[in-house]
Design a protein around this ligand. Structure first.
Ligand SMILES: O=C(O)CCC(=O)C(=O)O
Ligand SMILES: [Fe+2]
Length: 192
């Protein structure tokens, strides 16, 4: 049975339960709530989820990509472990995005911006469903769905990162997430 679960749902998606202890989860939730979270904005539209980004900020209102405040020190130990999960150097993960999804908040279908490459995400507080879809040549979508348990980790790279879209079903109870991103070649060219 283990092999069944080790086989990725979609190539490039890795997932593991029980990555964080409950104590770490509590401390990380407190660290997120300590930051000045602001409603996500997209071309003048305001989303329900609250976010703060560190290291680099991609502004969805203006498409500007610029350095931001450094990643808080409290996140560095977990960044190192998340990087190890992804098989990458901790310093590669130059962006941290903190999100709080209060009830009713989710995230619509998207692919992460091309200035970024690897995405590693930690889930806190409540289980979410990460939906995945990829347009089929003949019409319609191939679909998959990955439950994200609280205290779990996921990594998006390769096919799932570049060819599939993802979304988070609107939450019924509050969920927090921390996603770390590396820069793509394009991101490094723009950002230096
Ligand atoms: O909350 C999450 O785990 C995913 C967030 C996400 O897809 C994004 O910020 O691009
Ligand atoms: Fe995303």
């Amino acid at each position: 049975m283990d092999d069944l679960f080790a086989f990725p749902l979609v190539p490039g998606l890795a997932y593991a339960d029980a990555f964080l202890t409950s104590e770490e989860e509590r401390a990380l939730i407190a660290a997120i709530d300590h930051e000045a979270l602001a409603p996500f904005r997209f071309h003048g539209w305001t989303g329900k989820r609250l976010t703060a980004s560190f290291g680099w900020h991609y502004d969805f209102d203006t498409a500007a990509f610029a350095p931001a405040d450094p990643i808080p020190a409290a996140l560095l130990p977990v960044r190192a472990r998340a990087a190890a999960f992804a098989g990458l150097d901790p310093d590669a993960f130059v962006q941290a995005l903190l999100i709080r999804y209060d009830p009713g908040a989710g995230i619509g279908w998207h692919r992460d911006r091309p200035v970024f490459e690897h995405v590693v995400g930690l889930s806190l507080g409540a289980e979410a469903v990460l939906r995945l879809r990829r347009r089929r040549a003949g019409g319609g979508f191939a679909r998959a769905s990955q439950p994200l348990a609280p205290r779990s980790i996921y990594h998006l790279t390769g096919e799932v990162r570049h060819e599939w879209e993802h979304s988070i079903v609107p939450m019924e109870t509050t969920r927090w997430s921390i996603t770390f991103r590396s820069l793509s070649q394009r991101g490094r060219a723009i950002g230096g």
